[in-house]
Design a protein around this ligand. Sequence first.
Ligand code: URA
Length: 441
Amino acid sequence: MRMYDVIASKRDGKELTTEEIYEFIEGYVKGDIPDYQVSALLMAIYFKGMSEREILDLTTAMAQSGDQVDLSPIEGIKVDKHSTGGVGDKTTLIVAPIVAANGVKVAKMSGRGLGHTGGTVDKLESIPGFRTDLNQEEFFDVVKRTGISVIGQSGNLTPADKKLYALRDVTATVESIPLIASSIMSKKLAAGSDCILLDVKTGSGAFMKTVERSIELAEEMVKLGENAGRKTCALITDMDVPLGNNIGNSLEVIEAVNTLKGQGPADLTHEILYLAANMMELAGLGDEESCLAKAQAVIDDGSALKCLIEMVKAQGGDASVIEDTDNFEKAKFSHEVKAPVAGYIATMNTEGCGIASVLLGAGRETLNSPIDMAAGIIIARKTGDYVEAGETIATLYANDESLFEKAEKKYLESIAFSDEKVIRNPLLYAKVSKDGTKRMA
Ligand code: URA
């Protein structure tokens, strides 16, 4: 295979053969094919797209490019979840214990935050002592004992995706459905669970800015999962407004704990019940309606929170911060953001709100920059709410007071006010399964 010919084929809109796709992935991971040729191929894929068969081959080749986890030593059905990323998205911390409290195992590898989006691994590491770097034996042991374990992605899982994602990030080729679908699904297939629930975010804080594009991506990913023999379903959920009220690592753990106690914000509570119910439905616990009741029941009887506490202890964390969230170390400084005018909050540029939180130290600009676990934002007023001029719309938290000025500016730039009453977008737009796409709003 000549890489030049592969690039030219795709440039001219032709279908790549299975052999060409496998050789390209293998050669790139080995370092035999240079970044400049792969960049050209990615751009050709971006413009010309890929057939179903090509996407399946690309996903399989990427999944097979490194370690593939065999979860069979853990008894029972294992269910995984993936969110395409957002701001204030602490759902894994809530739905994984709910599902585990219902007897379904969750052996999950999660990522760190990058750019304006947060990551579950960083949030969990805000719990003092919590280890996300368990080896496979420890990981399996925690799942067997507590029903749930969440760790960072292992070193050699889908090395092809690591290299390709980094290259896409700097060559303006992230927003391509074949490339996003193969990137996400290769990791999910290699991680080994029997069932996969995809939470595809849509709106100003998401990769996919429209519901139609989100459905297209979800349909592609569901096909890939089902083709690989995994029960797969996707929910299209709103990311046009930050989810819940808290943004930032320990602040999000606190909100997750409150939600597991039945005291979470309405939007977050609604969404996590549906995510958890759909994970349970995939695992064969009944239809969506009965699983919604099962999800609510383990919040009401406290068993979901108990599952989270057990996982935290099993992974070396100080569970006293979960038992009483006042024990979390707080940021030294806080600053209230006031509404500059009276009116309805018309829109929140969610990416902008995420960037404001990064400016306070809650996120990282590059993969290795340090983060401040206590920094972040607690939102007091959201899209659709009426506010008086001078009313507090959010409180910023940081350990360095000098960070407030830039973060406040960014936050205020992200909020638009209107004299007209504003109706907030729905939280759930659609469910995509092997049986088709069902609109929920
Ligand atoms: N998340 C991923 O893992 N990959 C993408 O391409 C986009 C979002």
